[in-house]
Design a protein around this ligand. Structure first.
Ligand code: OGA
Ligand code: MN
Length: 199
């Protein structure tokens, strides 16, 4: 496990150079396991909604574009483990603000479950009428993910792309207004926590 400061530094450097960054060293395995346990329980108990696209009155569920399920975290009612996640994200946010003067303020996060066969077509995370989303973050919680399990995050860069496997503990962040990306069809239930740092 690397020191948090060096992980943050590496993330910040890559964000600046490429517009996206990845690390497998942001959270300890026992904490990740607690996140996964909570997410699986909430999903089993029916506490998820079909995810949509667009914001406010433009929000709609479009299954041809995405067909995952989400459960939003409530900043005022975080569980003990969610609080640890939130604090780590706050640390990262403050680090990015110090490095890049981004002026990031609010954060929003949800658990996401992609059932077998689901996907999210190529898109940008920034809404058309709300430019608040600045840094996108995803933490993956899938144990023993294999190549054939699908569900890769495809990150586009002009004509080329890079596929990242959603393995347990992998954390990805990218510039919400720049990086086009896609979730390839998954062959297995796929768990993650996704969110945005906003200004
Ligand atoms: C999203 C998204 C990526 C992923 O929720 O906007 O692009 O890998 N998620 O789950
Ligand atoms: Mn996205």
């Amino acid at each position: 496990m690397k020191l948090p400061e060096s992980v943050f530094n590496e993330l910040a450097d890559n964000l600046a150079v490429k517009g996206w960054a990845v690390t497998d060293d942001l959270f300890a395995a026992d904490l990740l396991q607690e996140f996964l346990k909570e997410e699986m329980l909430l999903f089993k108990n029916g506490e998820f909604k079909k995810a949509g696209i667009g914001k406010g009155t433009e929000h709609k569920v479009v299954s041809e574009i995405r067909n995952d399920y989400v459960h939003w975290l409530d900043e005022d009612n975080l569980t003990e483990f969610q609080q640890q996640f939130w604090l780590q994200m706050q640390e990262l946010k403050q680090f990015l603000n110090r490095e890049f003067f981004l002026g990031l303020k609010e954060m929003e996060f949800h658990f996401a479950v992609y059932p077998e066969g689901s996907f999210y077509k190529k898109h940008l995370d920034r809404f058309q009428r709300d430019s608040g989303r600045t840094i996108s973050c995803v933490l993956y919680l899938n144990r023993d993910w294999k190549d054939g399990d699908g569900g890769q995050l495809r990150i586009y860069n002009n004509e080329t792309y890079m596929d990242l496997i959603p393995v347990f503990g992998r954390f990805i962040c990218f510039k919400s207004d720049e990086i086009e990306h896609e979730v390839l069809p998954t062959n297995k239930e796929r768990y993650s926590i996704t969110g945005w740092m906003k200004n």
